[in-house]
Design a protein around this ligand. Structure first.
Ligand SMILES: *Cc1c(COP(=O)(O)O)cnc(C)c1O
Length: 421
């Protein structure tokens, strides 16, 4: 099945859902066992099935199957938020004493998780400032367990060289993890370029209507966790499951099975079935929405690019973008709807003069949303950290929505004018 068909009809089993055309919500906590033997087999991971909704649930299963297929992976795990998808992914790869290499230009929430919480847990992140692949490779040590990147960095809107990073990671026997939130699998399928694990905040474009927190982890099934002695969590017995060895028992599903059976079991950050239901509704129109998000964003980017009172425009599909070549390689139908730009005027006045753009910290909503990172999300960063994250005082980040393009541009024009009064 092609993307659009998978997104709308993939994995529906009408008989299993009482012939209901739209998949219902399974608002269940627990699932009954057929027999003692059935229960034991479920607990020993010998048969598939639902036990308790902290582990799995049919509503979650639907989005997991669809998004795994859309990304080209072997399995997925829906989590309570994008943050918890990142948390589970890292804990499923690294332990105290390990190191991970990433870019300094990543999403602010991920930056905090990496630089503070994981540091407290003894997992060290090395933040690379440049886009130079050699700098990533030079940072690898015996302790390095993965490279982590974002297809489209948020908020600085950089395009990652996924294939280049995957080659380096694989040369050193470690996986590449890619946060694919901003392009979604409709615009980019990082697994095709060598990425091993994909994470998403489904809160953004995938659910798309600004009403459901969620995250998802997709396993490509391509990384061999037993190729070296770097990942003992996979090759040594797990005593909490009668000594199973994940790579032996689950082969190319080892990562995604362990993320659920071990980490979500223990940490509890599973997606709620209600949110999975909303996420599924969003997913069913993802391809249509992404087309219009990209079309509107391109028009806004072109308009601002030639504007006398705009200091710069950051949109990877503009030919003037330093990332234009990478964008053409990695992003299929457009560069999603995040645009960065600098207003030559008073930033606060600009934000407050907007009527149609909603001032909020979100992206990927059907409505146009604007954030002023230097004044809000990145306020807690030091001046030096702001520069490292590519945030200047005039920098605005807009997520262009699905409103009429003339209304969007008129709202921006009006606010630019007022910002200069
Ligand atoms: C929002 C976001 C996250 C975190 O997701 P939540 O759903 O807010 O927890 C992670 N990565 C990127 C790129 C994001 O935009």
């Amino acid at each position: 099945m092609k993307f659009e068909t998978l997104a709308t009809q993939g994995f529906i089993d009408l008989k299993k859902q009482n012939h209901a055309v739209s998949t219902p919500i399974y608002a269940n906590t627990a699932y009954s066992f057929d027999s003692i033997e059935h229960a034991l087999n479920l607990f020993d991971l010998k048969v598939e099935g639902d036990i308790y909704s902290r582990l799995s649930n049919p509503s979650n299963d639907m989005i997991e199957k669809r998004i795994a297929a859309l990304e080209g992976g072997v399995g997925a795990l829906a989590t309570s938020s994008g943050q918890s998808a990142v948390l589970i992914t890292i804990l499923n790869i690294a332990q105290c004493g390990d190191e991970i290499i990433t870019s300094s230009k990543i999403y602010g929430g991920t930056y905090n998780l990496f630089s503070k919480t994981f540091k407290q847990m003894g997992i060290k992140f090395i933040f690379i400032d440049s886009d130079n692949l050699e700098d990533y490779e030079n940072a690898i040590t015996d302790k390095t367990k993965c490279i982590y990147t974002e297809t489209l960095g948020n908020p600085s809107i950089k395009v990652a060289d996924i294939e280049g990073l995957a080659n380096i990671a694989h040369k050193h026997g470690i996986p590449l993890v890619v946060d694919n939130t901003v392009p979604t699998p409709y615009l980019c399928r990082p697994i095709e370029f060598g990425a091993d694990i994909i994470v998403h905040s489904t809160t953004k474009y995938i659910s798309g209507h600004g009403n459901a927190m969620g995250g998802i982890i997709v396993d490509s099934g391509k990384f061999d966790w037993s190729q070296n002695d770097k990942f003992p969590m996979y090759t040594e017995p797990d005593e909490s499951y009668h000594g199973i060895i994940y790579t032996k028992e689950f082969g190319n599903m080892a990562f995604i099975v362990k993320s659920r059976a071990h980490l979500v079991r223990d940490l509890g950050c599973i997606q709620s079935p209600f949110n999975a239901y909303l996420t599924q509704l969003g997913l069913e129109s993802l391809h249509v929405r992404m087309e219009r998000h990209c079309e509107n964003a391109m028009k806004v980017a072109k308009h601002l690019e030639k504007h006398p009172h705009i200091n710069f425009v950051n949109y990877p599909y503009l030919e003037s973008s330093p990332d234009y070549k990478l964008a053409q390689k990695y992003l299929k139908h457009g560069a999603s709807s995040l645009i960065g730009f600098g207003v030559n005027g008073d930033g606060t006045k600009f934000i407050e003069a907007l009527n149609l753009f909603i001032h909020a910290t979100n992206l990927g909503d059907v409505r146009s949303v604007i954030t002023y990172p230097a004044g809000t999300t990145h306020r807690q960063l030091s001046a030096e950290q702001k520069i490292r994250a590519g945030i200047t005082d005039d920098f605005m980040r807009a997520s262009i929505g699905l409103e009429n393009i003339d209304d969007i541009i008129e709202d921006l024009e009006n606010a630019i004018r007022i910002s200069r009064t």
